[in-house]
Design a protein. Structure first.
Lengths: 386, 303
């Protein structure tokens, strides 16, 4: 009995995952992410991957807003910062000292409500107006946080420090074990966020979003309440953006005004374009590429490699070249490969899939379905007769 | 107090209007939201530093004739070089993604970051001092105003009027207005839109560079690799509150923001530290009342 279930699950898995190259690739990448802490013992490398997970959540939420609902926001850092600051204020031992499993949900909900409040005025404008208006929100908040009369609350440029950690370090834990814990927490949250957003994007609501993206006037004529759905998109996106902010705050254990910086608003944009806009999985790939390229290849591997093989020590100015090289790569990709790396790969794999002889794959899937049909029909026989 | 707001506000307002004019010009003609506008401001300032202050020009005997020509030559060269650079960058980088709204923004943001990193690599992070072109000061309504600020105010107003006449009377200006109204019809009438876009980009970047030199030489008096952020924020908020693509709007918006900044700096406790949010606040208030800005229609320049 159990073995038949297992066999059926296995064969349907084979038919739905192993037979489609894009899904197989995604599955293998997921497995790699799941088991990476066993292969990497270096805490610095783990730290890079943890931060890549956080950036991936943030970029996925931006991608949902822009790629799926078509509202260009260049100020996504506002959700990141609001989430981070609210959970910082609530959990800091100097203010409320609440536990983080309470403060993070509160912060996310608060950010959701703030997204609604910001969305109502800013959604009256469209296109480039909307992009530039949203770009100004985090800048306003960052300046207010540094305003002297509010310094006793927000501590100005210094920020709120000494917060509880995301994964508290127990007595028996080494730093490495704490990092592994943090890695799995962020990975699970990333997985949950992307699955939820993917499900929303492919649900009825997602269809409405796509129709608004394609033609707002036509959707209005079809009786869709465009403003309601736009606000909904804004709130969903803000929710996950705030989640990323909360996680980062408790990972680094401080919240400071650079969380609202313009660069943080631009980072998800760049990362999403690197992976592929409107795909949900694209930004994840992009975030990993960004962190691996920036923090591993250019900061760690390249100087070591040059030193060991060529004997050249890089000058300190090379520090500034890292962002330069990364941005150049993005620029070339956006111009030459506007769909992004991940989207390009899946499209290529999809072409491969179509080109393959369907006769070979068809019977196998058919076989699985037939088996399922047979078992269900035998199972439902008594009810059918009665 | 009123005099202070009026005098200082008008002086910075004139320069802000010049800065915003470039942003609105390129948007009005080609629909490009140029997030690298602040970078051209910075490039102009740094080129002015290279040509004028770092002693580059003392090598050339021509300026030995009369030392006062040095800064002026540096100013003109800086503006011209920025124009050439921006036209080349437009052709290489922005042109391939033209028409894709988000793509243009991503590309220009990347461009801005690249320029910032290049300047960091060449000049390093410390602030560079930019000296005023002229020294001395005058009394206006009992307030001391440096000659440099007066010069900057005068030149920005003159440039503004020249631009106004250029877009309304000259043949190229007519072509620009035609393209901004209907691109395809303008192409059918034999206007080379590609060349026109490049020209507009160069013009817009030159305005940014001029504003850069005047603002840094008269108000802040230093150049640093992150001075592109604030001008970018200023120009887009002014342009939006005036209406994207409207020259009149950018003039009015520049002055509104200039006065509002001074009013906040003087009237609000510790106002100097939140001065950077004034343009945004004004912009949000205006947008709440008029979602298209003061003079904004769709992509259009007034005639």
């Amino acid at each position: 009995m159990v073995t038949t279930y297992i066999r059926r699950a296995y064969s349907s898995f084979v038919a739905h995952v192993f037979d489609i190259p894009a899904r197989l690739l995604a599955f293998l990448l997921f497995l790699t992410l799941l088991f990476i802490p066993f292969a990497i013992q270096n805490t610095y490398y783990l730290r890079i991957l943890i931060l890549a997970n956080v950036l991936a959540i943030f970029a996925v939420s931006w991608d949902f807003l822009v790629g799926r609902t078509g509202q260009i926001s260049l100020g996504h850092a506002i959700f990141f910062g609001i989430g981070g600051y609210i959970t910082a204020l609530l959990s800091s031992s100097k203010f409320f000292g609440l536990p983080i499993f309470l403060t993070i949900p509160i912060a996310i909900l608060a950010a959701c409500i703030i997204a609604l409040a910001l969305g109502i005025p800013s959604l009256r404008v469209k296109g480039p107006y909307l992009a530039l208006v949203t770009m100004s929100f985090p800048l306003i908040l960052a300046a207010l946080l540094k305003w002297y009369p509010l310094n006793h609350i927000f501590k100005g440029e210094f920020g709120i420090r000494g917060l509880p950690a995301l994964v508290p370090r127990l007595d028996w834990m080494t730093i490495g074990q704490q990092r592994v814990g943090e890695y799995y927490v962020t990975l699970i949250l990333l997985f949950a966020a992307s699955v939820i957003l993917y499900k929303i994007a492919n649900s009825k609501i997602g269809l409405v979003f796509v129709s608004i993206l394609d033609d707002e006037l036509a959707s209005k004529a079809c009786g869709i309440n465009v403003t309601k759905y736009k606000l909904m998109g804004f709130m969903i996106s803000g929710l996950f953006g705030a989640l990323a902010g909360c996680i980062q705050t408790h990972l680094l254990r401080f919240a400071n005004p650079p969380m609202f910086a313009l660069t943080l608003s631009f980072l998800p944009v760049i990362v999403t374009f690197l992976g592929g806009l409107g795909t949900i999985y694209g930004p994840i790939v992009g975030a990993y590429i960004y962190y691996i390229l920036d923090s591993y290849v250019l900061r760690d591997w390249l100087p070591r490699f040059l030193k060991e093989t060529v004997g050249v020590t890089l000058p300190p100015e090379f520090d500034f070249a890292k962002l330069l090289i990364f941005t150049l790569i993005v620029l070339i990709l956006v111009i030459k490969l506007p769909r992004g790396i991940a989207k390009f790969t899946t499209d290529k794999l999809g072409d491969l899939e179509e080109a393959r002889d369907l006769d070979e794959r068809g019977p196998r899937i058919w076989k699985t379905y037939k088996k399922k049909e047979k078992t269900t029909s035998t199972g439902s026989e008594p009810t059918a007769s009665s | 107090m009123i005099e202070e707001i009026l005098v200082y506000g008008a002086i910075s307002g004139g320069m802000y209007a010049l800065l915003a004019l470039g942003f609105t010009l390129i948007y009005g003609v080609s629909g490009v939201v140029n997030l690298a506008h602040g970078s051209f401001f910075m490039v102009g300032t740094y080129l002015f530093y290279v040509f004028g202050i770092s002693g580059f020009f003392s090598l050339i005997p021509l300026t030995l004739l009369d030392p006062t020509w040095g800064p002026l030559a540096a100013l003109i060269l800086a503006i011209a070089f920025t124009g050439v650079i921006s036209a080349a960058l437009y052709r290489i980088i922005i042109h391939p993604v033209l028409g894709d709204e988000i793509g243009v923004m991503v590309v220009t943001v990347s461009l801005a970051l690249i320029i910032q990193q290049l300047i960091l690599m060449i000049f390093g992070p410390p602030n560079l001092r930019i000296n005023p072109l002229v020294t001395g000061s005058k009394q206006i309504w009992g307030l001391g105003v440096t000659n440099m600020r007066l010069l900057a105010f005068g030149v920005s107003l003159i440039l503004f009027i020249v631009l106004w006449i250029f877009t309304n009377k000259s043949k190229v200006g007519n072509a620009m207005r035609a393209v901004s109204q209907d691109r395809e019809a303008a192409m059918l009438m034999g206007i080379n839109t590609e060349r026109l876009y490049m020209l507009t980009m160069a013009l817009s970047a030159m305005l940014a560079a001029a504003a850069g030199v005047f603002i840094t030489a008269s108000i802040t008096e230093y150049a640093a690799p992150w001075i592109w952020l604030h001008p970018l924020a200023l120009s887009f908020s002014i342009v939006i509150l005036g209406g994207l693509g409207s020259i009149k709007g950018s003039l009015l918006g520049g002055f509104i923001v200039g006065y509002a900044e001074q009013a906040v700096a003087i009237g609000v406790p510790e106002g100097g530290s939140i001065i950077s949010i004034v343009p945004f606040t004004v912009m949000v208030i205006v947008l709440l009342l008029r979602p298209k800005g003061l003079f904004g229609k769709r992509i259009e320049m007034e005639d």
